[in-house]
Design a protein around this ligand. Sequence first.
Ligand code: GLY
Ligand code: MN
Ligand code: MN
Length: 462
Amino acid sequence: MFAPSVYAQRRAGLQQAGLNGLLLFVGNVDSPMNYHDNTLPFVQDSSFRYFFGLNEPGLAGVIDADSGEATLFGNDPDVADIVWTGPLPSLAERAAKAALERSRPYAELAQTVAEARAAGRPVRYLAPYRGETMIEMGRLLDTHPAQVKAGFCPELTRAVVALREIKGEEEIAEMEAALGVTHAMHIAAMQNAKPGVVEYQVVGIMEGIMRRHDWQLAYPSIFSKRGEVLHNHHHDHVLQQGDLVLNDTGCASGGGYASDITRTFPVGGKFSTRQRELYDIVLDMQLSAIDAIRPGVKYLDVHKLSARVMVEHMLRLGFFRGDAHEIVESGAYAIAFPHGLGHQIGMDVHDMEALGEDLVGYGDGTARSPLFGMGYLRLGKALKAGMVLTVEPGLYFIPALIDAWEKEGRHSQYIDFAKFREYADFGGIRIEDNVLVTADGSRVLGEPIPKTVDEVEAVMDV
Ligand code: GLY
Ligand code: MN
Ligand code: MN
């Protein structure tokens, strides 16, 4: 946890939004793996943790937006708990860690909510995303759990997004700590991905490094020689000399901040001429995007810039024909780059996405594109200093997509399908870093992880 004053300042920041009524933050409970007491690793609700700090199940926080008073609801451990868990701090001691002077038994939460509602005061909350939370909020609000989500408060959501999307120094330090371990995981992956090794063996080595810090993954690792499958969570291929492996892996720090890094490298340690040619295109897409990042620039425009860099190179190689601008604006480019350039990152790997992707990533005059590919961009709006985002362009040969578009003649004036088919076995390349928007540009967070062809080949030469 950060110093108690950090949480007091965050709650004071929320108070500035000028909302009224009660602001209700229900923390997460444990999720059973297969029966109640056999649980998955606990992950706290990020907004609860942001304002109330505590990383334990069974808590809720209420801010009275009219008086500014904040209360933690939870239970003191009784002797039966202590038999199983050992000594635990009291609720008041836990509250003090987040500068909360008021704490009440959890059983009183329902009454607090009911009294506010009876007095005609609004009870404002963020959209829940877990079934258990919907059931609990349904109980508190006397509503069917399936109706709870629809009643979330957009004004509270916007206020929370405005705070959480600007990272403080202590948050940046925590993200760089996560990146330090992620750095070691990626180097280990490059050095252990030898011919004859099965993908899951490399995944086990990487995740072992993270577990030695007692940390968790920020998201399930994508580690595959079938990198064109964008969210490929299978790790059962045997690696062979010359395969190109895409490794999208990041851990969450103990303080609860995510990293999200992708590197692509050749098994055996040397890129072929064809691999190097396309790899350098993705690197140019990424470096051009990073170079364009600064406050006030719309990330949708940075996405388009990155796509344009790719198209210009691929026109030269004969994959596309026509005008680069038209190929981007028509969406034809997405045959090779069918996902977004990136997203915000912080406590969640796709930061705040549970609060509503469009509320977080769009607005302020920027609308989501209806086009296939560009429409998957999670962050389109203008950037602000203090935001942290991923920059993750990619270039893929997805046989099913190439076949489907060729069959329907989609964008056939721009795409040389025969040329794309020549690369049907190629796989995919993505390069992803986590980038802080600064007052006049950007800074790639963390110690640099080998990224150029020469750097990757050098680190694999062991
Ligand atoms: N790791 C998933 C993503 O890059 O968004
Ligand atoms: Mn990402
Ligand atoms: Mn990623």
